[in-house]
Design a binder for this molecule. Structure first.
Ligand code: PMP
Length: 354
């Protein structure tokens, strides 16, 4: 039987997507060829790329609003570099809410002045900073909408006239947001969208062309836009499987429906964390992520028993990141509510036993 997979990423994808993707590896579109052995310039693959790009804009409500969707390589980590390379001329602002923001800041500093507009480093990133001023002379403001490691999520975005750049790697397509507030959004595919190997970039074209430095072709958004996300050989399997996941999302009610389910899952788990005296949540309550719930055992000596019970219940991937410890339950779009139910049952069973 399939495990209850709470892995932080790569992570659970819809079972029907796994099935369709594996069928395409053997025989794609009844071509009697694998998707892995046809040209990326063939009509069959170009159609996949185009459908994926269109689905992204459609699901985000960004069609006809001057945005382009790209499927690039190098992970979200490459976007730490590309955003600054393409957009930072004088000064950029970053909101530092965790390990990934911190890494983005480090890369941006290579290209220009970077200011920490706000940070939650003082409390090991267990909250989202609020009430800060955004300077008006920034080339852009960068934020991480969901902090995968610490389990915090930005619920309200700053109002500013400065272009907004967001790393949405771990909560893309999980909740309803006015995406048109953002000028550039990026996300590694390997959480809510598909397998590792491609990164989604959604970019408003008119923010480009404002830096004076020369940008190598492969790192330039303009290149990828002009070539329809096919400047070089794209990661065909990752793009195909992402497209299947996007189709699945659309067929199942889009972001609105996914958000409803995600709320149910998060509410179920956080209620147990708050009610059960054996557990303690890590993130500040008002900033809790609906994607990644971080929590600890109140008493370390229960760890062995709890871990054994998790294993027996078929629960996978619940270990916390090394910088936080404890446990982290990642509840991405494809995770069924029932899996959270199984986890909650194990937690309350531990309370009965202890
Ligand atoms: N940003 C966030 C929010 C992430 O969760 C991750 C990976 N877990 C990254 C960036 C880095 O992504 P990648 O490994 O694709 O470079």
């Amino acid at each position: 039987m399939k495990k209850h997979n709470f892995s932080a990423g790569p992570c659970i994808l819809p079972q029907e997507v796994f099935k369709q993707a594996s069928e395409a590896v053997l025989n794609f579109n009844n071509l009697d060829l694998s998707i892995l052995e046809i040209s990326h310039r063939s009509k069959d693959f170009v159609d996949v790329m185009e459908e994926a790009r269109e689905l992204v804009l459609e699901l985000m409500g960004l069609e006809g609003k001057g945005y382009k969707a790209l499927f690039l390589q190098g992970g979200a980590s490459m976007q730490f570099v590309m955003t600054a390379y393409n957009l930072l001329e004088n000064k950029a602002g970053y909101i530092n809410t965790g390990t990934w923001s911190d890494k983005a800041i480090k890369e941006a500093k290579i290209f220009g002045e970077v200011v920490d507009v706000a940070s939650s480093k003082d409390k090991n990133y267990n909250y989202i900073p609020k009430g800060f001023e955004v300077p008006s002379d920034l080339d852009y403001l960068h934020l991480t909408t969901n902090n995968t490691i610490f389990g915090t999520q930005i619920k309200e975005f700053p109002t500013t006239d400065v272009p907004l750049v967001a790393d949405m790697s771990s909560d893309i397509f999980s909740r309803e947001i006015d995406f048109s507030k953002f000028d550039l959004i990026y996300a590694g595919a390997q959480k809510n969208m598909g397998p590792a190997g491609t990164t989604l970039v959604v970019i408003k074209e008119d923010i480009l062309g404002k830096v004076t430095r020369q940008i190598p072709s492969m790192l330039s958004y303009a290149t990828h836009i002009s070539k329809g996300s096919m400047f070089n050989t794209p990661p065909v399997f990752a793009v195909y499987t992402s497209m299947l996941t996007l189709r699945w999302l659309k067929e199942n009610g889009g972001i609105a429906k996914a958000a409803e389910e995600n709320e149910k899952k998060a509410t179920l788990l956080y209620s147990e964390i708050d009610l059960n005296p054996l557990f303690k949540g890590y993130a500040a309550k008002e900033d809790r992520s609906i994607m990644n719930a971080t929590f600890n055992l109140a008493e370390d000596n229960l760890k062995e028993t709890f871990d054994t019970m998790l294993k027996e219940a078929g629960i996978n991937g619940l270990n916390g990141h090394r910088s936080v410890g404890g446990y982290r339950a990642s509840m991405y779009n494809a995770l069924p509510l029932n899996s959270v139910g199984v986890l909650v049952d194990v937690m309350s069973e531990l309370e009965r036993k202890a």
